[in-house]
Write a protein that binds this ligand. Structure first.
Ligand code: ADE
Length: 471
């Protein structure tokens, strides 16, 4: 990675010869080229600033020296950044984006800033390092170089240390301890000495969450919290039995039988319950450690991406989501139902596991929002509509969720393959249902209208729809 740093004060950059950044430069992982803007000035006194047109305090950097300095270093793929308190605020996420560029040009302003024409012509991105005003862009440039450099592979000693820490998952980092285990009578928390990695991970996540809640609630502000937890054996049995008693939910029914090695012809016996429980418990036991290992993996992955998802989601709906906590129960079946305690995600999916979890989670958040809308349309009936099966409202929200995914860009987070096959193939009056629904969506002025119109359409064709769905 190469930085060209354009500055009037190249001597200020001595700190970038020290420590990790200094070593990265010596190893050839990082190339920093300091360019003295003054050397490009065509003025006989090498002047680089002048008074602002229109009057006002201070001086502005003149365009000519800066223009020529930029021209001298600029390559086809250069990403040009101007450091200014007016810029977009630097965050770890932004640092990660910037680190994707190979050639970065940093412009350090001074005085009251630089001539706008230089910005308009060259600058891709204006960045501020915080809501305070410094005397120039040199310190901000060093902050940026430092933060970006440590993401270059092998610049940090331990590959993991760039990943795990504060901010990359919107949580502050957990407390760290080192030897000795007891110092001035203060002991290191027991769990860290236990060698039990699962317990340690759990402790660290709890610490991170508590710390973030106390100190930086803003980092957690927009997230509906999703908590990933292995479903208990008892609840798993309860759910399985419930599905087995509803053979009209064909997709679910078949999947449940497959996931828990349940033979359909044995379900007619009087000892139905005993048989189903035994099969379910056996599979649950076998998969238990796999499910428990997935808790942290799923949780971290979700925390990493959730804010981004909520931003997209809220900008699509144009309003904030109600704050809520959702449980995501990890269980050993392939189907992902939901009930009034949370939704289910699978520990047992062929292919890209996380892709499915993400899809289910996004789906579920949209679903939750959906019920808020339902409440305004069918006041008082929501609970009845919500869990009744088969119900038109349930189908409609399934379809609508897909339409929302398409139109909000949220579907870019997951692979749509086979997620809605059943719906995609349904034909009503010889026409493809999803196409009809999309048509209704484009004719409805807003989502609420779409829900009303879509509901009417499905209700009118309910017999054909159910027939097709259960084929
Ligand atoms: N120049 C002066 N103050 C600055 C800040 N906060 N961020 C970036 N550049 C600056």
């Amino acid at each position: 990675m190469k930085f060209d740093i354009l500055t009037l004060f190249p001597n200020s950059f001595a700190p970038l010869t020290e420590s990790i950044v200094g070593r990265a430069r010596e190893n050839g992982k990082l190339d920093i080229n300091l360019v003295d803007i003054r050397e490009f000035s065509k003025d006989k006194h090498k002047k680089c600033d002048d008074t602002p047109y229109g009057g006002g305090e201070g001086m502005v950097m003149t365009p000519q020296p800066l223009w020529d300095a930029i021209e001298s270093v600029k390559k086809r793929d250069s990403h040009i950044i101007y450091l200014t308190p007016k810029g977009e605020k630097l965050t770890q996420k932004l640092v990660e984006k910037i680190a994707e560029h190979k050639n970065i040009v940093l412009i350090c302003g001074h005085y009251e800033g630089i001539d706008q024409r230089v910005i308009d012509n060259f600058v891709h991105q204006e960045i501020s390092i915080g809501d305070y005003v410094l005397t120039g862009g040199e310190l901000p440039a060093m902050v940026l170089v430092d933060a970006v450099s440590r993401l270059i592979p092998e610049v940090l000693g331990n590959e993991n240390s760039a990943q795990n820490e504060t901010f990359s998952n919107n949580l502050l980092e957990f407390p760290q301890y080192t030897k000795p285990s007891e110092f001035k009578s203060m002991k290191v928390p027991e769990v860290l000495l236990s060698g039990n990695h699962k317990e340690i991970e759990k402790w660290r996540l709890e610490q991170s969450e508590q710390l973030t809640k106390d100190r930086r609630p803003d980092l957690m502000s927009c997230s509906t919290q999703i908590i990933f937890k292995t479903q208990t054996k008892e609840k798993t049995v309860e759910r399985v039995v419930q599905f087995l008693k509803s053979p009209n939910r064909k997709t679910f029914f078949n999947n449940i039988c497959k996931s828990f090695n349940i033979q359909e012809d044995k379900l007619t016996n009087e000892d139905f319950l005993e048989y189903a429980t035994q099969q379910t418990e056996a599979v649950w036991e076998i998969r238990r450690s796999d499910m428990e290992n997935l808790e942290n993996i799923y949780q971290n992955k979700w925390n990493n991406i959730s804010n981004e998802i909520f931003e997209k989601f809220e900008s699509f709906f144009g309003e904030k989501l109600e704050k809520q906590k959702l449980m995501a129960y990890i269980w050993p079946a392939m189907v992902c139902p939901y009930d009034n305690t949370g939704f289910y995600v699978s520990s047992y999916i062929q292919g890209e596991r996380w892709n499915n979890i993400l899809k289910t989670s996004i789906h579920e958040i949209i679903h939750q929002f959906w019920w808020q809308i339902w409440d305004t349309i069918f006041a008082g009936q929501v609970d009845k509509l919500k869990y009744e099966y088969p119900s038109v409202s349930w189908f409609l929200s399934e379809i609508a969720i897909d339409i929302v995914g398409e139109n909000s860009g949220l579907n870019s987070y997951y692979d749509k393959n086979n997620s809605y096959d059943t719906f995609y193939n349904i034909k009503i009056q010889g026409r493809n249902l999803m196409q009809e629904m999309n048509l209704i969506y484009s004719q409805s002025k807003n989502l609420i209208n779409f829900m009303k119109n879509g509901y009417e359409f499905l209700q009118k064709n309910i017999d054909e729809f159910l027939n097709e769905y259960n084929k």
